[in-house]
Design a protein around this ligand. Structure first.
Ligand SMILES: *Cc1c(COP(=O)(O)O)cnc(C)c1O
Length: 352
């Protein structure tokens, strides 16, 4: 027996393909003489690899970054292996063999990884130098080590810890990266993530690596007005009811009606990425009306105050997901807001 197609979802994530393409082109332009790549790790920052890759490729992106080898097959369906870089690098022979078989380039992060790659046959790879984030990467002092010298480095990269802030750490990291670059013969240099692009021409080198801003995130004020929102959320009303003064709402009865109130139960919850922190101060919208979330966010539902509206079962409400504002309301970072989005959304790519 074949299962029929499920009915339309009660939860939708609309992805504006034009805004995504324009954001990439904007970041590529802001990168000056450098070329912009695209970070598509974590399933394209939660939007779905198959939803973002065709648009990014059509816009002109040629270099893609993922973190894990497990993310490679989905990206390989859209671009050749040499266009993909795996940020976590090669920890062992199995990973090196997979890199070789797919043509994907590892980002070598440690002396051990350099040896693993060399002993498995070597060839083109990328190299991460740690310029002060102290997370992943070879120490700058090791650039002259024979294990590093014998690598065939396509792109030498480093990663900024605080590019979204005005702090002296940025210039310090830039100086360390320049020293490393002077010691090594790499085809390309790459330092800037989304926020780094806005730090100015010194930070751009040959290749930039935007992620967040592609998907509508605004990590620095300079990017506001340039970056368009990409994501919209819509969730269906499951039920509407009238409350009397004193009636409690939701788990643990943390909210009570203080006057006659109309409440609607909406098909979105923390399992979808709308975490409990949205419960204090968050709201949905319908037809110009603001519908404050009342009571605790549940796994599959939130309850909103829809007093004075004509909201009815089956209507769809919007949850504004403009990332800077949503971040302030929820207390989650713009990165978290994207990557926590769950699997129950019907992800719809809108071409115009
Ligand atoms: C995730 C990541 C990026 C993208 O950073 P954004 O802040 O999302 O633009 C770039 N480089 C590295 C090494 C990363 O891990």
């Amino acid at each position: 027996m074949t299962t029929p197609d499920p009915p339309p979802a009660s939860l939708r994530l609309r992805i504006d393909a034009q805004a995504l393409a324009e954001n990439w082109r904007t970041l590529d332009r802001l990168s000056g003489t450098a070329e912009a790549g695209a970070a598509v790790k974590a399933d394209g920052y939660g939007l779905g690899i198959d939803n973002v890759m065709p648009t990014l490729v059509r816009a002109g992106a040629r270099q893609f970054f993922v973190a894990h080898w497990s993310e490679v097959p989905d990206v390989l369906a859209h671009v050749p292996g040499e266009s993909i870089a795996v940020l976590h690098g090669v920890a062992n022979e199995r990973e090196a063999a997979f890199a070789r078989a797919t043509g994907v380039l590892p980002v070598i992060n440690s002396m051990l990884q350099a040896r693993v790659w060399h002993e498995s046959g070597g060839g083109a790879c990328h190299l991460m130098v740690d310029s002060g984030i102290n997370r992943l990467g070879v120490e700058q002092q090791c650039m002259g080590d024979p294990a590093i010298r014998q690598l065939q480095v396509d792109t030498l990269m480093s990663h900024l810890a605080s590019a979204d802030e005005d702090t002296a750490q940025n210039a310090r990291q830039l100086a360390v990266f320049r020293e490393a670059a002077a010691q090594l013969d790499a085809s390309r240099l790459s330092l800037a993530n989304s926020a780094g692009i806005a730090l100015g021409p010194d930070y751009r080198f040959d290749l930039t690596r935007p992620g967040l801003a592609l998907y509508g995130g605004i990590p620095r004020g300079e990017l506001a007005g340039h970056i368009r929102p990409v994501v919209q959320i819509e969730a269906a009303v499951l039920q509407v009811r009238d409350l009397s003064p004193g009636d409690p709402v939701g788990y643990n009865a943390i909210w009570h009606a203080d006057k006659p109130t109309r409440a609607a139960t909406i098909s979105i919850g923390y399992a979808d990425g709308i975490l409990r922190s949205w419960g204090s101060g968050g709201a949905l919208q319908h037809d110009g009306a603001t519908l404050p979330i009342i009571g605790r966010v549940s796994m599959d539902m939130v309850i909103v105050d829809c007093t004075g509206t004509v909201l009815a079962e089956g209507d769809f409400c919007n949850l504004s997901y403009a990332l800077p504002q949503a971040s302030r309301i929820s207390g989650l970072s713009q990165y978290e807001l994207l990557t926590v989005l769950g699997q129950r959304f019907q992800r719809v790519v809108e071409q115009d």
